[in-house]
Design a protein around this ligand. Structure first.
Ligand code: FAD
Length: 429
């Protein structure tokens, strides 16, 4: 690195990350009237995680089509090019200050950019073996499912022939099917929780349809193999703890881990943005603005999504929010707080900033439930200071599952009843 640091250049809206969230945010900011939008991506190509997702199933809600990941990304890349939004590729944002000065490294050169608004869209990373400390040998042949997906789909390299999976998240389920299609034998998928962590549709299409067994309430208690992995010892669990005497050995040469995703938020943390204790992303309002004015967050950097359609929708709100912010539109006074109630793990956003409907005609509340429920009800309650409540909206859902993000859309008919200072609570019955 030459160490040369340029004088900060000034930009209106800078988007960090060129995955589906960053692409949609940049497009929306430009379409909302901001002429100076810059997208920064550390990779040489745009599209983020979608580039390695060569299976279909993307865009069912947005385009009513089952696209592959690259096809979905291309629709946004095409629009970005039409709008002539400049992109800095091979450029990584190393640091961001509270007042939105960015330090960017590109091809051995450091550049400073002073932005009026920043949109954080850096995606997420996978939990690796260190996150769960499985005892045993430090064998080769252990990868995260996403790393294996990069090897198989982008590098044409098979990580192994005889495979076990730990964790039943979506990437693991998709990779279990992929490994079978590429000629490997998939012994089983082991999941510690009583229900799969991935979407029900992925359990059906990736495991059931391919005859791959899924063992729930089961974990790996020992890794065996001095050089290459020789197998794993698994045990049944109760309340996520292994039950003594239930151990059995399963031979395999490869273990793929699908242990969950963590929003990528080093930049947010360094800037002093507080992170949500459950999602790991910034606390944000309905415009995706964090607690620091002018810094927005969306996509998997904000909270882990299961469907890219909702990533794009949320990112568009962030883009429009950033464009409004730099245009100097003053917010009215006050907020409406949103909080999780009975049976709900977290809600997004945590507040609506007044006036409502600045970035969208609809007010969307996204949340995850704690436990699976069939034929359940979701209620948005309007709490009053005396502890009472009024039902603002109630919906029946044939299936509510922790692996699926649930959304409730409040139309103007509902939001016209709200005023600054109100508190909304989301509950499941
Ligand atoms: C294996 C897998 C399978 C999936 N399958 C489906 C499916 O079938 N259907 C569906 O709808 N959804 C699916 N999803 C979900 C969907 O792909 C993701 O929700 C979506 O890609 C998230 O978009 P994002 O832009 O937030 O993050 P990403 O796609 O991860 O993009 C983040 C971008 O930010 C860049 N970046 C990070 N840090 C920096 C930095 N400091 N400086 C510059 N650039 C940076 C990264 O290089 C990356 O390009 C799947 C996800 C995975 C992982």
């Amino acid at each position: 690195m030459s160490g040369k640091i340029h004088v900060p250049s000034e930009r209106e809206v800078v988007v960090i990350g060129g995955g589906p969230a960053g692409l949609a945010a940049a497009i929306a900011a430009k379409e909302a009237g901001c002429d100076d939008v810059l997208l920064i991506e550390r990779d040489r190509i745009l599209g983020g995680i979608l580039n390695q997702c060569i299976h279909d199933g993307f865009g069912l809600h947005r385009f009513k089509e089952a696209l592959s990941g690259p096809e979905y990304a291309q629709r946004f890349i095409g629009r970005l090019e039409e709008l002539r939004i400049p992109v800095m590729r091979n450029s990584i944002v190393l640091n961001m200050s509270r007042d939105r000065e960015l330090l960017v490294s590109r091809m051995g050169e450091l550049t400073r950019i002073q932005a009026k608004a920043v949109i954080l869209a850096m995606g997420c990373r996978e939990r690796a073996r260190g996150a769960i400390s499985i005892p045993g040998h430090r064998s080769s042949g252990i990868y995260t499912a996403g790393a294996a997906q990069t090897l198989v789909n982008l590098e044409n390299i098979m990580p192994g022939k005889h495979v076990c999976f730990l964790g039943s998240g979506d990437i693991g389920l998709i990779m279990a099917r992929r490994m079978v299609l590429e000629g490997a034998k998939v012994e089983a998928v082991f999941g510690q929780s009583p229900w799969p962590s991935g979407l029900p549709r992925n359990v059906q299409q990736c495991l059931v349809d391919y005859g791959i067994p899924l063992y729930l309430n089961t974990t790996i208690v020992r890794i065996v193999g001095m050089g290459r992995l020789e197998g794993v010892e698994v045990a049944t669990t109760e309340n996520r703890r292994p039950i003594k005497g239930t151990e059995r050995f399963v031979p395999c040469d490869t273990l793929l881990l699908s242990l969950g995703l963590i929003p990528e938020n080093e930049l947010a943390r360094e800037a002093g943005i507080s992170l949500h204790s459950i999602t790991g992303g910034p606390v944000a309002d309905d415009r995706c603005m964090t607690e620091i004015p002018g810094i927005f967050s969306c996509g998997n950097a904000l909270h882990v999504h299961d469907l890219v359609d909702w990533v794009s929708e949320e990112a568009e709100r962030a883009g429009r929010g950033a464009a409004k912010y730099v245009s100097g539109m003053a917010d009215g006074a006050g907020v409406i707080k949103v909080r999780p109630g009975n049976g709900v793990r977290y809600v997004m956003p945590d507040r609506f900033t007044m006036p409502l409907n600045v970035v969208s005609d609809e007010a969307v509340i996204s949340f995850r439930v704690n436990t699976p429920t069939k034929d359940g009800k979701v209620r948005i309650l309007l709490r009053d200071p005396s502890g009472g409540s009024d039902i603002l909206k109630e919906e029946k859902h044939s299936r509510l599952h922790p692996s699926e993000m649930t959304r409730v859309v409040l139309s103007t008919e509902h939001t016209s009843r709200l005023k600054a200072g109100d508190v909304l609570e989301v509950e499941k019955e």
